[in-house]
Design a protein around this ligand. Structure first.
Ligand SMILES: [Zn+2]
Length: 535
């Protein structure tokens, strides 16, 4: 019996050699984005992991020096960069929202008056679409040339839309009121049956009354649970446990805010993705299908509690299990070694400024309104009374029509304005828009970073960069700067076509899609390059 078993094993092992001429392609390519995941979380937490993140670190390819090269490290820009393999000057999405000069209003990166959102059993208003994304995504190119079925899921509209692209079988995100799910007429005029089936069977209110407690042994958590400057959502304190019960005893608005800041939302999204793989037959069509999932809760928890919190450490311990369960489902439904996955983040995060100050570091909160006052003061002698700044939108400053031209034409005035901005606490540098536009090959790394976030016609008239540890945010913490805290992210691959190992060469998240593309048999148009982990 033993001999027969060995022979059978040999036959099985040698069979693929006869097919060596035909390259095998994965049946499913998976993009996982963990919103706000810092590169150092992998070093800090991987000893506690046992699930999907652990599997990627130990059995996959781990790029340990991956970072965004641009200034404005925010969600919409990050997701567009990951999916298109290009940078903001090419894909056009440099901010979560910006001042639309034609419409004369602030518009989000997905807002589209011509689109109508489509709710899954909930009332929705407004419309979103990928119209501001100027180039096709990996999913778009896979649909076009490889007949891929594309599914993209996230709590956030901008994450689901930018990852999916200009089409897809199911592109789904939470409504503005967080009480249900929606898509848009840009993707589908009606609800998608497979999505509807899952959503109907899994109301978000099912987690009402649960309590988020720490999963790991108490000694595993570093630092204090009661961190300086933490800004929990309504109904929660700075310390565990966190009960998901809203402000009273019903699933009110506060409940949905708590839910999306809990590991229950990650788990839900993981189950959602696994269910759609099954019901939409992903990985069982001709060619290679595409699944994109962006886990938003780590971002919301990070903004509230900061990167040193017990909450962040715990949500990653749980996300590891959520991703592990999803991978188990892919093994079962698509087949072991029949899929490939790439994981990264859309940006990192800066520690809570008050905590940095307590450590004796230079850090703090920048007042946007004080920057505007300083600019108006600098302009007054030449341009007179009145409001000249239209809006300050994180790193971008917009002037009223014609004002910026006048500033440039008035001798010495642009210099006074730049000096006034740079004199404000926490401001590192301010650039004229022409400098950012032409800065791609500058010897100044910060100007090069600003150039890679610059989109003509959309970016501000003046762009400024914060010092490390400084931010425009009134509570908790945030990201959006050209600092290692905000720019460095994990970049991991696992599955078919991937050569495991720890890789030290510099890489960016724009390399993720081109890497999955080459494994999937697609020659992708992108600025990023396939990484050397491809077999
Ligand atoms: Zn984000």
């Amino acid at each position: 019996m033993k001999t027969i078993a060995v022979l059978a094993a040999l036959v099985v092992l040698s069979t693929p050699r006869f097919h060596a001429q035909t390259p095998t392609r994965p049946k499913l390519a998976v993009i996982i984005v963990v919103d706000q995941m810092r590169a150092d979380y992998v070093d800090r937490f991987n000893g506690e992991w046992t699930g999907g993140l652990k599997r990627m670190v130990t059995q996959g390819a781990w790029f340990q020096n991956a970072a965004y090269p641009y200034l404005t490290t925010v969600t919409c820009a990050g997701h567009a960069t990951i999916s298109t393999g290009s940078f903001p000057p090419t894909h056009g999405v440099f901010q979560n929202s910006w001042w639309d000069r034609d419409a004369r209003k602030q518009m989000t990166c997905t807002e589209d008056p011509r689109a109508n959102d489509v709710g899954y059993g909930v009332t929705v208003t407004g419309g979103d679409s990928p119209q501001r994304l100027l180039v096709p995504t990996f999913g778009d190119q896979m649909r076009e040339s490889r007949q891929a079925h594309v599914v993209s899921l996230s709590l956030k509209d901008r994450s689901a839309i930018m990852l999916g692209g200009h089409g897809g079988d199911a592109v789904t995100w939470l409504t503005n009121t967080l009480d249900g799910w929606e898509t848009s007429s840009a993707y589908s005029q009606t609800t998608v049956p497979a999505v509807k089936a899952f959503v109907d069977a899994n109301p978000i209110t099912a987690d009402f009354g649960k309590t988020w407690t720490r999963m790991l042994p108490p000694t595993s958590y570093s630092g204090s649970d009661d961190g300086l400057g933490e800004a929990p959502p309504q109904g929660w304190t700075r310390t565990f446990p966190h009960a998901l019960k809203g402000l009273a005893t019903t699933a009110d608005a506060a409940y949905f805010q708590q839910w999306e800041r809990s590991p229950y939302a990650d788990a839900y999204l993981g189950r959602f993705a696994a269910a759609l793989v099954q019901s939409m037959q992903l990985g069982r069509h001709d060619g290679t299908d595409v699944l994109a999932v962006s886990f938003s809760s780590p971002d919301l928890v990070g903004h509230a509690f900061g990167p040193s919190s017990h909450e962040v450490q715990d949500i990653y311990a749980r996300l590891d299990l959520t991703i592990g369960a999803l991978f188990d489902q892919l093994d079962a439904v698509v087949g072991k070694d029949q899929w490939v996955a790439g994981l990264t983040a859309d940006h990192g995060v800066t520690p809570i400024p008050e905590q940095l100050v307590a450590e004796g570091k230079d850090a703090g909160r920048i007042s946007g309104s004080e920057i505007v006052v300083a600019i108006e003061r600098a302009l007054k002698p030449a341009l007179g009374e009145g409001r000249h700044v239209t809006v300050l939108n994180t790193n971008d400053i917009y002037f009223e029509p014609g004002v910026y031209k006048k500033i440039e034409q008035t001798k010495g005035l642009i210099g006074s304005v730049i000096s006034a901005i740079e004199a404000r606490p926490g401001v590192r540098r301010a650039f004229r828009s022409e400098q950012a536009r032409d800065g791609a090959k500058s010897s100044d790394p910060l100007l090069r970073a600003a150039a890679l976030s610059y989109v003509p016609g959309r970016s501000g008239d003046i762009i400024f960069a914060a010092k490390p540890g400084w931010m425009i945010s009134s509570a908790g913490t945030t990201h959006g700067s050209a600092t290692p805290d905000d720019q460095r992210v994990p970049l991991l691959f696992l599955g078919q076509g991937i050569r495991p190992g720890a890789y030290q060469q510099p890489a960016t998240p724009a390399d993720l899609a081109p890497t999955l593309a080459v494994i999937s048999g697609l020659s992708m148009k992108a600025e990023g390059r396939p990484l050397p982990c491809v077999k």
